[in-house]
Design a protein around this ligand. Sequence first.
Ligand code: 1DF
Ligand code: MN
Length: 347
Amino acid sequence: MDTPESRGYRRIATEEAWCTLELMARYHDLLEAGTHNDPGFQNLWGFFAQSQSQRARDLYERIQDIDQRRIADMDATGIDVSLLMLTAPGVQMFSPDEACALARDSNDQLAAAIARHPTRLAGLAAFAPHAPQAGAAEIERGVRQLGLKGALVNSHTQGRYMDDEFFWPIFEACEALDVPLYIHPNSPSPQMVEPFLSRCLDAAIWGFQAETGLHALRLIVSGVFDRFPKLKIVLGHLGEGLPFWLYRIDFMHAGIVRSGRSEGAKPLQRKPSDYLRENFYYTSSGMPWEPAVTLVQQQMGYDRVMYAMDYPYQYVAEEVTAMDQLPLTPAQKRAFFQGNAERIFKL
Ligand code: 1DF
Ligand code: MN
């Protein structure tokens, strides 16, 4: 197998999922007691935690290991470094107090694993968005004391979106610490999930990007980036569809604002596409497809797109070698696999 030296870059995978044993046990509690109000969660973890299918059993084992098995799987596919984040929906399902405790515990466990494998693992801090002050403090603890590289939110929190000023202490903390906030998908919120469910379109096949793209657009059109101009957001899955829609989003947004069509869409300092090009970064998780990667690199910038595998949900060795073949200059390829992640996450 080749080495970072022979190929000219380290492969840093930037959207790699894990789950603590404690959080998984709490998912089981909710599924068994039926004491939650989230059909998207039911369909997601009702499958991965309870199905006897090979896909679910493999995922279930892999996602809870951030030691030997994880490193062996990275070795088998040539991944040099994994940036770990707590899998969806993470702590956001739970009461604010329990969510804070689960986030704290998972960040401690993550930091301990990184200390055992310092050249192979890095991570983002989990936090409770619905306890905004405590959540901001946990991000600060994660970054300053535990050496984590940013924060991770699994999209909506019980149907609430972060354009709501209630959540803004989180943006203040990320801006002040100069770390990115990764908005990872979750199943569509309870208000929007219903027509996805009966055809199993709620999870990664389509619902995740519908949900997370919506979340990102809500931040943009509500003026979050005029208030927090240095805020850095990372989106997976090549931007959850938004780069493909840039032209239409700008065109329609201008018309909405010009005509005073909605109280909810106020004039902005920049075009929606400007924020997507200046405040956002993108990873290739789950989308190792040359035409799509090329579009996003060309439109959003070669310095804004990072490689991700999306292990263990999408653990496919051939995808890594397909990305090695992207039609890029050596400098662009090194930026994609290594340099952008080192700069954006300060690895
Ligand atoms: C799935 C995919 C689930 C991704 C995930 O977290 C996830 C899936 C619960 O296949 O259901 O992170 N993904 O990012 O593509
Ligand atoms: Mn993912």
